[in-house]
Design a protein around this ligand. Structure first.
Ligand code: SF4
Ligand code: SF4
Length: 154
């Protein structure tokens, strides 16, 4: 029988998301975990059972998967929720299963297609699991029930 003891030195060689607790991450580290898939920016319906639609929030650029006004988003979309280490559990049910924050919450290693692992911001798009070229821009009027989706990566 033996113990595998990781020294502090070994720990610091690990990427921050593998050895830091959520509460220990800097704002920059926390933000960097987002792979920019854009799926949390799809409009959702339902109360008990959350269902995703393929319609993006008014600020979601469906061609890039990015928020078109991220730093000023609350001026246009006051209900946009800022995900933090403190509220992650509370809002986990609104996130797609591929969301990097859920992987970290479940203490899983980031997947190979995550840009912090692959080294490329394009990986998430190449895997076809972002909203890029799959979502529709916000439009009104719209019957959201007709736009409910069942993508396997949600
Ligand atoms: S679902 Fe998660 S990884 Fe994807 S854009 Fe939203 S916060 Fe980032
Ligand atoms: S305001 Fe921006 S970050 Fe918030 S849900 Fe809309 S597109 Fe996403």
């Amino acid at each position: 029988m033996f113990y595998f003891f990781k020294s502090k030195k070994q720990k610091t060689k690990q990427p921050f998301w593998e050895h830091k607790k959520l509460s220990q991450m800097t704002e920059q580290e926390w933000e960097s975990l987002c792979d920019r898939c854009g799926k949390c920016c799809l409009i959702k319906i339902g109360v008990w059972r959350i269902r995703f639609t393929n319609i993006g929030c008014p600020l979601l650029n469906v061609k890039t998967g990015l928020c078109s006004s991220y730093s000023n988003r609350w001026n246009t979309v006051p209900e946009c929720i800022k995900l933090t280490p403190k509220n992650l559990r509370k809002y986990a049910k609104y996130l797609p299963r591929t969301c990097a924050y859920l992987w970290i919450l479940k203490k899983r290693r980031l997947p190979p297609w995550h840009y912090l692992v692959s080294g490329s911001r394009q990986s998430v798009h190449q895997m076809g699991i972002s909203v890029k070229n799959r979502a529709e821009p916000f439009q009104q009027p719209v019957d959201l029930k007709e736009h409910v989706i069942s993508w396997s990566d949600l």
